[in-house]
Design a protein around this ligand. Structure first.
Ligand code: AMP
Length: 230
């Protein structure tokens, strides 16, 4: 049985950071649809050309494109022992399609990372990422009033910049889109025994512990491999 997870939660909840940590700890791939789209934009593919303006406005890319991307990705052999989906599903249509993709596989474990809205806005508008590899800047690294940052990426030496969709107005739009389109997924999944609500307002290391113990508890209950394995 594989460890198949989705990380739900609003933008800025820490899904990407926590999914990276968990994926590394358990040796399973993290699949971030936001990263896949940003790579497509950078490479100038057809999908990238379609997605660019939509992403910059804070809206969602179409369900058909996103479902096709995830269907193809979950067909690859590296997900045999499990995977973490970060940023998918984001609509009820995507969640319904995922049900079909999951037929015959181990049950989904759903991690819902919850953070109050004021904290999300603070985190997103202060967030800096590496222009080359997309890594988050370490805590405490900030931009001055001109946007200059006095630090380089610890992974690749790249410059830190604000993400194009992390400006004030776009952040508000992304949070509104989350409430309208993605929040209903909490209802979609919450009755399942594999649904776990996590307090994401805690420091990152504490959130990682909460996620690890919640996954171990539910995977033990439903008989999924990986329970207790660090
Ligand atoms: P993220 O990095 O997850 O915040 O995603 C960045 C942007 O990519 C989002 O604001 C959307 O425009 C787009 N995106 C990522 N995942 C999805 C998805 N599952 N459905 C629709 N749009 C998505």
């Amino acid at each position: 049985m594989a460890l198949n997870l989705i990380f739900l939660g609003p933008p800025g909840a820490g899904k990407g950071t926590q999914a990276d940590r968990f994926a590394a700890a358990r040796g399973i791939p993290k699949i971030s649809t936001g990263d896949i789209l940003r790579d497509a934009v950078a490479a100038g593919t057809d999908v990238g050309l379609k997605a660019k303006a939509v992403m910059e406005s804070g809206a969602l890319v179409g369900d058909d494109i996103m479902i096709a991307i995830v269907r193809e990705r979950l067909d690859r052999s590296d997900v045999r022992r499990g995977f973490i989906l970060d940023g998918f599903p984001r609509t009820v249509a995507q969640a319904t399609a995922l049900e079909g993709i999951m037929l015959g596989r181990s049950p989904l474990i759903v991690i819902d990372i919850q953070v109050p809205e004021a904290e999300l806005v603070r985190r997103l508008t202060n967030r800096l990422i590496c222009v080359n590899c997309g890594a988050n800047a370490p805590e405490g690294v900030t931009a001055d009033s001109s946007g200059a940052v006095d630090a380089r990426c610890q992974r690749c030496g790249g410059k830190f910049v604000q993400r194009v969709d992390d400006g004030d107005a776009v952040v508000r739009e992304r949070l509104k889109v989350y409430q309208q389109k993605t929040r209903p997924l909490v209802e979609f999944y919450s009755a399942r025994p594999t649904f776990c609500a996590i307090d994401g307002a805690q420091p990152p290391t504490r959130v990682a512990e909460l996620i690890a113990s919640a996954v171990d508890a539910v995977s033990g209950e439903v008989g999924v491999a990986g329970g207790g394995v660090r």
